[in-house]
Design a protein around this ligand. Structure first.
Ligand code: 5AD
Ligand code: SF4
Length: 438
């Protein structure tokens, strides 16, 4: 009988993709995946380490499965960034974990699980690799219209606040041929949209290909309607990539461009290697290429950030008017340069206040920008039924805003590209009805 594996994923899109790789590795080695943790022999948590609240969520879930293990002898595995970064602490404080596997160790997982199941042996694979890109492993995809493809792994930027270079190791790009094959395979299986993933896609470099060439070739794959990517670093945005976004009909006119702070002293301490002015100049250059939706990430309350320095971020958000902003409270991470060099000295209350103010500001900006779309038609890739309203469809516009509209008996299916006339908006969603075909 095949062992049944139940898996949960926390964190970023790269982790979602890694879960697809792990599922594929397990299935080809005779394991069976299950959606029901009650009938599982193995529970795997694919974890994230980027902020403290990511840790806390994983600890909560581990507590739940510890009880299940006492009752019926479950094997528990912790995968991903926390396994890599906190292996010692996890072994000491949660001795019920059987298997620990970091982001470069997934090929060893089937053997480690078999040993844990059959010989009750604990195991771990937490070596980082300079070469592992999981070439030749075909991800076991989540059915739908949208697929992820990791084009590179790791990060060499060492922004001082960030744990990723320690959990995911050195930057390495995948061979373009394998990526294009994966895109063709997605198209053959009916997927319509691809997001190319990397911690810093601008530094993609393999076989003489840069990222701009790669994304154009992926966007040319017949059947693929939309290609997105995440994330570029503002410091070395290639002009050829901007031209590709402006010119290629299948590359979405949308860029997620992490800012982190609008203040030069903070940017310097964060090791971001650009200034406020250089970031704003890049935004100008992007906007000279037509309407391209911008979104960003910011951190509030980084070490010694003053009110005036925080306000520079506030004003930059007002000035640029991003389509959306992900706002994070600074969370000190073990091993990082910031944790060794700078005290985490902005109080939690102040961090939270700043986060809330930026979220409020962004909400107003998003509503204002969305209101400009009322009465206009947007092109939407149909993804499925709206979660809360089964008589409505849900999808995303090219700028990545969520769109919800009445089904009204049209012959629409997931995967179709349709025109929706917008009649109402909120900060995160456009509401509309199908535009008449002219
Ligand atoms: N604390 C808070 N936010 C962080 N991010 C990365 N590391 C930290 C940290 N230690 C945020 C950055 C990054 C996003 C993915 O997560 O804004 O762009
Ligand atoms: Fe972290 Fe900076 Fe690398 Fe992004 S670019 S993963 S923030 S070190």
């Amino acid at each position: 009988m095949a062992y049944h594996v139940y898996m949960e994923t926390f964190g970023c899109q790269m982790n979602e993709y890694d879960t697809e790789l792990v599922r594929s590795l397990l299935k080809t080695n005779g394991f069976q995946m299950t959606q029901d943790s009650e009938e599982a022999h193995v529970v795997l948590l694919n974890t994230c380490a980027i902020r403290e609240n990511a840790h806390n969520r994983v600890y909560g879930h581990l507590g739940k499965f510890k009880v299940a293990k006492q009752e019926r002898g479950l094997v528990i595995g912790v995968l991903g960034c926390m396994a890599q970064n906190l292996k010692k602490e996890l072994q000491e404080t949660r001795p019920f974990i059987d298997v620990l596997v970091g982001p470069d160790g997934y090929r060893q997982l089937p053997v480690l699980l078999t040993r844990a199941l059959e010989q009750h042996e604990k195991g771990q694979a937490v070596e980082l690799s300079e070469y592992e890109t999981y070439e030749q492993i075909v991800p076991d995809r989540v059915p739908g219209v949208h697929g992820w493809i990791a084009v590179m792994r790791g990060c060499d930027n060492f922004c001082t606040f960030c744990v990723v270079p320690y959990t995911r190791g050195r930057e390495r790009s995948r061979e373009p041929q394998g990526i294009v094959r994966e895109a063709q395979d997605l198209a053959d299986r009916g997927y319509k949209q691809i997001t190319l993933l990397g911690q810093n896609v601008n530094s993609y470099q393999a076989d003489g290909w840069g990222f701009a060439r790669l994304i154009k070739v992926v966007a040319d794959v017949p059947g693929i309607e939309r290609v997105r990517f995440m994330s570029p670093h503002p410091k070395d945005f290639p002009p050829a990539l901007l031209e590709a976004i402006a010119d290629h009909p299948h590359i979405c006119r949308q860029i997620h461009l992490p800012l982190q702070s609008g203040n030069d002293r903070m940017l310097e301490m964060m090791g971001r290697t650009y200034t406020r002015r250089e970031y704003l100049e890049l935004v100008d250059v992007i906007r000279q290429h037509g309407t391209i939706a911008l979104s960003t990430d910011v951190i509030c309350g980084f070490c010694s950030e003053t009110q005036e320095e925080y306000l520079e971020t506030y004003r930059l958000l007002e000035e640029v008017a991003f389509q959306s902003t992900f706002v994070f409270k600074y969370s000190e991470r073990k091993q990082t340069i910031a944790s060794r060099k700078y005290p985490d000295d902005v109080s939690d209350v102040v961090k939270s206040e700043r986060v809330m103010q930026l979220i409020e500001l962004q909400k107003k900006i998003s509503i204002r920008k969305n209101q400009q779309k009322i009465g206009r038609t947007v092109q939407v890739l149909v993804e499925g039924h709206a979660r809360k309203f089964p008589d409505q469809w849900m999808g995303h516009a090219e700028d990545n805003t969520t769109v919800v509209w009445e089904k009204n008996g049209h012959m629409t299916q997931p995967g179709d590209l349709v025109s929706v006339l917008v009649h109402d908006v909120s900060a995160g969603t456009l509401f509309g009805h199908m535009a008449p075909v002219l």
